[in-house]
Design a protein around this ligand. Structure first.
Ligand code: GLN
Length: 385
């Protein structure tokens, strides 16, 4: 039997075709990308991966490395030490804007280049080489396989990284970077040049969706408290100066890269990655944005979508008198049961007990309390679903 999720994904890919835009042209390797290449992968938190298109075609991770480098900085140094160097405020600026606090020089957030270069410097290690080796190994733990550098992208990027070089030196001048800015720049450029495919990216996103545990290897890569922190920053800052449009139209933590990829994370459910190299004016994949909007609407994936889950957390409740077990109680036990069975209630619960569901249960039990204390007989209730 065909899987309806696979059918659905193939159908929306066919319907959301070319959305316009231009392939990134600042280095020959990116400019030469075939604009019609495409892939979409969706990975569930239990490790099922749906794939459409060329899901094993490799390209550079670019800015989609930023949330993972930031996560590693947090893991290595702790939230407070990282916060002294890079803020968590949306800048509303383009990715390569020199967006720093005028008084402290602290970059606005780790998803724009100034903050991402700073985050690279916060990875543990005594040299750029050591920090890069640690970062690429770390990305691989999210992807579930060892990842490698695309060295032609790296040398091309490094030769033209004038703006990022300026940003790194400015951060050094402000005391935000402490070591050699050239070394950090080199590390950052290498991080952006790690080769991934869309399946890797979907699994990296799914690891974040799964509270930091890689769905297939089972490894707890990132502490759940840090996952929340990273996802928050992705939500407010991940799509640069289109962050507000993205949050309203799609509503999930995300990150894009100039190679044409976008990752999105639906906490507790799925990680999604799309690849299509034509970019909109914000530097986000145009077809990727269109597909995310479509999925979010069709499958009610918006984070703010109100689910009905908590309303029926108590599936049914009935008195023990009306549901005696098959155990044949005897003597004193039977006597106790006869005496109290109509004051003992069985609550059947279902669903994830998040705050609202747990509150509903507690309230039901509290409200039933006085009735039970005085009750001689109680009718069973079943909540409407
Ligand atoms: N290598 C690119 C840069 O730093 C990455 C930017 C991006 O993917 N948005 O300029």
């Amino acid at each position: 039997m065909r899987n309806p999720v696979q059918d659905y994904l193939e159908q929306i890919v066919a319907q959301c075709g070319d959305a316009g835009g231009e392939v990134a042209g600042y280095i020959p390797e990116l400019a030469a990308a075939d604009p019609d290449r495409f892939s979409l992968c969706l990975a569930t938190v239990d490790g099922q991966v749906y794939e459409v298109g060329e899901s094993d075609h490799r390209y550079s991770i670019q800015s989609m490395s930023k949330p993972f480098t930031y996560a590693l900085g947090l893991h290595d140094q702790g939230i407070e030490a990282v916060a002294r160097k890079v803020d968590v405020e949306p800048s509303g600026d383009a990715f390569n804007e020199i967006s720093v606090s005028p008084d402290t020089g602290r970059p606005k957030n780790p998803m724009i280049n100034a903050g991402a270069i700073t985050a690279s410097s916060l990875v543990a290690g005594d040299s750029g080489d050591e920090r890069f080796a640690r970062a690429v190994e770390w990305y691989g733990r999210f992807a579930g396989r060892e990842l490698e550098l695309d060295s032609s992208i790296y040398s091309s990027e490094l030769g033209t990284a004038h703006r990022n070089r300026a940003i790194a030196h400015m951060l050094r001048e402000f005391g935000i970077l402490e070591g050699d800015p050239e070394e950090v720049l080199d590390q950052y450029v290498r991080q952006c040049s790690v080769a991934v495919d869309t399946r890797d990216l979907a699994l990296m996103a799914a690891t974040l969706a799964n509270g930091g545990r890689q769905p297939r290897t089972g490894e707890q890569v990132l502490d759940p408290a840090l996952v929340e922190h990273v996802l928050s920053v992705m939500t407010t800052c991940g799509m640069y100066d289109a962050a507000g449009d993205w949050v309203t139209a799609v509503g999930m933590p995300a990150k894009s890269g100039v190679s044409g990829g976008i990752i999105g994370v639906l906490p507790g459910q799925v990680g999604i990655a799309v690849f299509s190299p034509r970019l909109d004016p914000h530097g986000n994949s145009a077809r990727g944005v269109a597909l995310f909007e479509r999925m979010s609407t069709d499958m009610e994936m918006h984070l703010m979508h109100v689910s009905r889950g908590s309303r029926n957390a108590v599936r049914s409740s009935y008195s023990l008198a009306s549901a005696r077990s098959n155990t044949h109680w005897q003597g004193a036990d039977e006597e106790v049961l006869d005496r109290v069975a109509d004051r003992a209630v069985v609550y059947e619960l279902h669903g994830d007990l998040l705050f609202a569901g747990a509150e509903k249960i507690v309230r039901t039990v509290v409200e039933d309390g006085p009735e039970l204390a005085s009750s001689t007989s109680r009718t069973s209730t079943t909540s409407p679903t």
